[in-house]
Unconditional design. Structure first.
Length: 421
């Protein structure tokens, strides 16, 4: 098959992009021709199809009022995305389209074009934008459930999007408009939820249950192969490891608060994000906490292999964190917050330990306990972690299940697509 993979970023940026590129590699390895569609950016990977990519647009950058007004029109219904996709599908025959993160930058204008060219669509969900103006379901107070039952106006009153009234208003307007015409509900044949938690939440918040399937993320072959190797003993001394985005919802500040007084515990932090400068200042006189910046590939794997345990202190509804299953593959247990899809993965006392999200005191107590465990205890937990990966994150099993999702979409009789024009 010739499969269109769609994501607004075409470079390594976060867990969604990791999965996006892994899916491309997996499908290519099985003989499919994979065609990307994304947004132009200097950081992009090379592509023969870049001429069809949409022009760059930065919704975080403040510009003139005229430009900001144009951005609002773009995220509601982008004529540029529709026109470029129409030209793309006219020039290149596509059998099926697989969407990832497309909100804002592509807009639902693309669904009418897919229907015109008779291209069925499936979509992997990486966040909660389908049901809430606040795609993380997290605001300055913590978990945010205020938009449940289509009450999007609550996100405006509570400034749920970046604590900004204008951003919250635009996000609420965007979702209200999209729900009015049911663009995604009518335009997507199957939604893929990486965790059962996400699938259940989507259905409880009003999405059509028959269109949702749970399909756990897989690990690329290089990481997955580690799950079949003996779980290593932690290195002498060792350290704890955080790897992920440096932002409030990830709980990194709670982790630092928990570890700061534990001078006997070494913590390495891998990642980048909006809190990077703040964290650097906070740990300036804390030598047992080290900020290492962004790492990937063999260097990241080496650092994971040397840790005693990986800490996942998230305070938002984590879906199915890649960093967690990457740690498991390397035979490393985790200390993780009991939130979102994490309890589906972590078995208390078997392959890891959990604590209430945002509770630095409880996290500190678990860290002290785990730090004092004998190496053999951590190795046993690491073996259980690897067993989980072998049972749930096999790329070949994922491929077979994804093909069934594609087959279902290809055989589905679509409803008409709503269009505001």
């Amino acid at each position: 098959m010739r499969i269109l993979q769609v994501n607004k970023f075409f470079y390594s940026r976060g867990g969604a992009e990791t999965h996006f590129f892994d899916v491309i590699d997996l499908l290519t390895a099985h003989g499919h021709e994979v065609v990307p569609w994304s947004m132009k950016d200097p950081a992009n990977a090379a592509s023969d199809y870049e001429k069809y990519f949409i022009d760059p647009i930065d919704f975080q950058k403040r510009e003139s009022w005229a430009r900001e007004f144009k951005k609002v029109g773009h995220l509601l219904y982008s004529t540029e995305a529709a026109q470029k996709l129409d030209r793309f599908l006219t020039d290149v025959k596509i059998d099926i389209a697989h969407l990832h993160n497309v909100y804002h930058h592509f807009s639902p204008s693309i669904f009418a074009v897919f229907k015109k060219h008779r291209v069925p669509v499936v979509m992997t969900l990486h966040d909660y934008k389908l049901v809430s103006p606040n795609y993380r379901l997290f605001n300055r107070h913590g978990v945010c459930l205020c938009s449940r039952h289509h009450r999007y106006y609550e996100a405006v009153f509570k400034r749920c999007v970046d604590d900004s009234l204008p951003k919250s208003m635009v996000a609420a307007l965007e979702l209200s408009f999209h729900k009015l015409f049911q663009f995604y509900e009518k335009g997507v044949a199957r939604f893929i939820a990486p965790s059962e938690f996400m699938r259940t939440l989507m259905i409880e918040w009003g999405e059509p249950a028959e269109k949702f399937v749970t399909l756990n993320n897989f690990l690329n072959p290089a990481w997955y192969a580690s799950a079949s190797l003996p779980a290593p003993l932690p290195r002498t001394g060792g350290y704890l490891l955080y790897m992920g985005r440096l932002s409030h919802e990830k709980g990194i500040l709670s982790l630092i608060s928990a570890v700061r007084p534990l001078t006997q515990v070494s913590l390495k932090i891998i990642g980048a994000g909006p809190l990077e400068d703040s964290i650097r200042t906070q740990i300036k006189n804390t030598p047992h906490i080290e900020l290492m910046g962004h790492k990937e590939g063999a260097e990241l794997a080496r650092i994971v292999e040397g840790t005693r345990a990986v800490v996942i202190p998230s305070e938002w509804f984590e879906n199915y964190p890649m960093s967690l299953i990457e740690a498991f593959a390397k035979g490393k247990p985790v200390i993780a917050s009991a939130i979102g899809g994490i309890p589906e993965i972590v078995q208390e006392g078997v392959n890891g330990w959990m604590f209430p999200p945002g509770n630095a005191r409880a996290l500190r107590a678990i860290i002290e306990r785990v730090w004092g465990y004998e190496d053999r205890v951590l190795q046993t937990a690491g073996r259980a972690a690897q067993a989980y990966v072998r049972g749930h994150n096999n790329p070949e099993v994922y491929y077979e299940k994804l093909m069934k999702v594609y087959d279902t979409a290809l055989g589905k009789n679509f409803e008409g697509y709503a269009s505001p024009t």
